[in-house]
Design a protein around this ligand. Structure first.
Ligand SMILES: [Zn+2]
Length: 306
């Protein structure tokens, strides 16, 4: 497990104070798209189940499942939720006018409970593994994880950095052959610098004429041949994945600046493409803008100060 559910305090027994795990459950279910009908903020009657609606839309009709949500936070003892922890499920459903039973558990459901639930028309269990995979799966989930699991989520983020939110649109660096975005985690590619052939023989240092972005393998081979036909050959290639390592990114940026310093060392095309390369990989080596910084940038852009 990546998220440590023990970061959520144990239930407050009999104090009437809202339990953090129930507040977490409310936020988690809202994230998934359930409508909260009855939240955990009720009187101290001991019964603190949540009620949520799920609207299921068909082509010509829709219907609602009203779920009775049972929150069980046993992460501190680590024990699974057994059948004896969930008594009279049928009665509870009837009492609250619900037609589905949902368990949100910070541990696992024991086999005895699964057997008990088989008889229910609608049931679903969100155990700790399922909850974690939903939370880590998208940016909204990250916000909730950050609030309820500050320590373990921070550890996770250090090892799994996500591109910083800097631009309004997602950064793209597309393969010049097939158009795939090379910045996607599933796509791997390189940028390749090109020069004209045969200039060194005449004592001229070859300048960078062009740059292409390509997926590794087939796309790269096709583009290599295409540019060779125009008399342009590789000076070198760097993997985009490697460029997104902050140290390497900075080294390559400095090399780029040094090249410009040597006068006329790059064609306009190569210069523009290199700028594009650094702009679009920047979110991968930078941090998120804070809200205050976003506002500041908007103001600066508005008055054309930048
Ligand atoms: Zn490609």
């Amino acid at each position: 497990m990546i998220l440590d559910f023990k970061e959520i305090p144990e239930a407050n027994k009999g104090t009437g104070i809202q339990d953090t795990f129930e507040l977490f459950t409310r936020d988690f279910l809202s994230l998934l798209g359930y409508r909260i009908v009855q939240g955990p903020d009720r009187g101290a009657d001991g019964k603190k189940d949540l009620i949520v609606d799920e609207v299921i839309k068909g082509i010509t009709s829709e219907y609602t499942i009203r779920w009775l949500v049972s929150c069980k936070h046993y992460a501190h003892s680590g024990r699974a939720v057994k059948d004896s922890d969930e008594i009279n499920i049928g009665d509870r459903l009837r009492q609250h006018g619900c037609n589905g039973f949902m368990g949100v558990y910070s541990t696992l459901a024991a086999t005895s409970l699964s057997g008990l639930l088989q008889g229910q028309e609608n049931y679903i269990i969100f155990d700790h593994e399922k909850i974690e995979s939903y939370l880590l799966g998208n940016l909204e989930g990250h916000r909730i994880a950050c609030r309820y699991f500050p320590l373990s989520f921070k550890r996770y983020q250090l090892e799994n950095p996500t591109p910083a939110k800097i631009f309004d649109e997602e950064a793209e660096l597309c393969c010049d052959y097939c158009g795939k975005n090379l910045l996607l985690e599933s796509v791997h590619g390189n940028y390749v610098s090109l020069r004209k052939e045969g200039l060194e023989k005449n004592g001229i240092e070859p300048k960078c004429e062009d740059i292409y972005f390509a997926c590794s393998g087939m796309c790269d081979n096709v583009l290599q041949k295409k540019f060779q036909a125009k008399g342009l050959y590789d000076i070198g290639w760097v993997s985009i994945d490697e460029l997104c390592i902050p140290t390497i990114w900075l080294m390559k940026l400095m090399a780029f600046i040094n090249e410009i310093q040597k006068k006329n060392d790059m064609s306009d095309t190569a210069f523009e493409k290199t700028k594009k390369l650094f702009i679009n990989t920047f979110p991968y080596v930078a941090r998120h803008l804070t809200q205050k910084e976003t506002m500041r940038i908007r103001n600066l852009l508005m008055f054309d100060i930048m």
